[in-house]
Design a protein. Structure first.
Length: 370
């Protein structure tokens, strides 16, 4: 199947090297990781394992940081559904970066985008989901003094006066070339990228001086920031820097975790029974029979259960390596392995759901609106 990676569609076998070439990004090298480690003391497993694999100007962000010019963070979420584990991956690294670098974070909830792009989504519903999804962000432990979460709709006065400055410098032909828009797209869709550009320079607007911005995101969002990097210097701001993550594979064969097929993803609000069912139906690298598996060994490299350990549920590299080699050698049977994963997921969700409910009481500490 041909590979498609746009902000609105990800499909086919993903070739990450090809994305680096086609999008014109850079690979995160071991040298760059060492440079980060000099400041942080350790490396998050998402960096160690190359799940964040690509960047733009991360070296420049570190140059500036070393000169005493601190950066801020920006990321976001399109609130059209409940949050699943795949969404949490970039946020987990963002939280780590906030802690280690003492960075402020702007977190954009693009309820406007989801309303414009989803045929059956009402604006009120997208707006409600913005605040529901914000609970998942807060549950990860972001610093309330340094984190600013907003719905585009409810922060529109601040955002709009900046967004039109971007929009004025973006032609229809560029938008068509970058995003593949057709004459049948509505004009809101064409304008929208201007809104997503704003938090990449909002801190500079607010402070009245240029502040470097680092944006962690799954690489499907890249088109927006190619546009932003082109336009922001024309407005007198720095180009935003970025680090890019891979997609968390879905539980089914092929494809990423997707909210549009609930069986492919584990949602943060799933109950233990649902989690067990989804994991027991998951695609693995196992053989047809236990005998064959003992003889030939499993194939962790194509197994969605193994990927879950790797991307989220096993932080310890030694243990992950153990899972891998036990599977390869045939001593680990899929049924047991799934059970082990289900226990970890259920344990994580139990804790997350508690924090998520508690977040309702502190929500307003995080929200900015106008
Ligand atoms: N458009 C993104 C989505 O649909 C949401 C988003 C807004 C975002 N700003 C961002 C994601 C910055 C990553 C980084 O999910």
């Amino acid at each position: 199947m041909t590979m498609v990676v746009t902000p609105w569609e990800v499909r086919g076998e993903i070739d990450y090297d090809r994305l680096i070439r086609e999008f014109g990004t850079k690979r995160i090298t071991p040298e760059l990781l060492e440079r980060i480690k000099k400041h942080t003391g350790d490396l998050h497993f998402l960096l160690r394992r190359g799940i964040f694999f690509s960047h733009r100007d991360l070296d420049w962000i570190l140059d500036e940081y070393e000169k005493g010019n601190k950066f801020y963070l920006y990321t976001g979420r399109g609130p059209s559904e409940n949050v699943h584990i795949g969404h949490l991956v970039p946020w987990v690294l963002t939280k780590w970066l906030q802690d280690r670098f003492g960075a402020k974070l702007y977190f954009q909830m693009t309820d406007d985008e989801k309303y414009l792009f989803k045929r059956n989504l009402e604006l009120e519903e997208a707006n409600r989901l913005a605040y529901e999804n914000a609970l998942d962000v807060i549950a990860l432990g972001f610093d309330p003094d340094k984190t600013f979460i907003f719905s585009d709709i409810d922060y529109a006065k601040t955002l709009y006066r900046e967004a039109i400055k971007v929009a004025k410098r973006l032609t229809l032909s560029t938008a068509k070339a970058v995003f593949g828009f057709k004459n049948s797209n509505n004009v809101g869709e064409i304008f929208f990228t201007s809104m997503q550009a704003v938090p990449a320079f909002l801190e500079s607007v607010k402070t009245g001086r240029n502040v470097p911005c680092l944006i962690p995101y799954a690489i499907d969002q890249d088109a927006h920031f190619r546009v932003a990097r082109d336009i922001l210097p024309k407005l007198g701001f720095y180009k935003p820097a970025a680090i890019h993550s891979k997609f968390v594979p879905g539980l089914l064969r092929g494809g990423k975790m997707s909210a549009s097929d609930p069986r492919s993803a584990i949602f943060t609000v799933d109950d233990p029974e649902t989690v067990r069912k989804k994991i027991s139906a998951a695609f693995t690298g196992g053989r047809d029979t236990a005998e064959e598996q003992k003889k030939l060994g499993g194939r962790p490299e194509i197994c969605s259960v193994f990927r879950y350990f790797e991307f989220f549920f096993e932080e310890d590299d030694r243990k992950l390596e153990e899972i891998f080699s036990e599977c390869r050698s045939g001593s680990r049977i899929c049924g047991d392995c799934k059970e082990e994963l289900a226990k970890k997921v259920i344990g994580f969700l139990e804790d997350h759901q508690k924090k998520r409910e508690r977040a309702r009481d502190v929500l307003e500490k995080f929200i900015v609106r106008d």
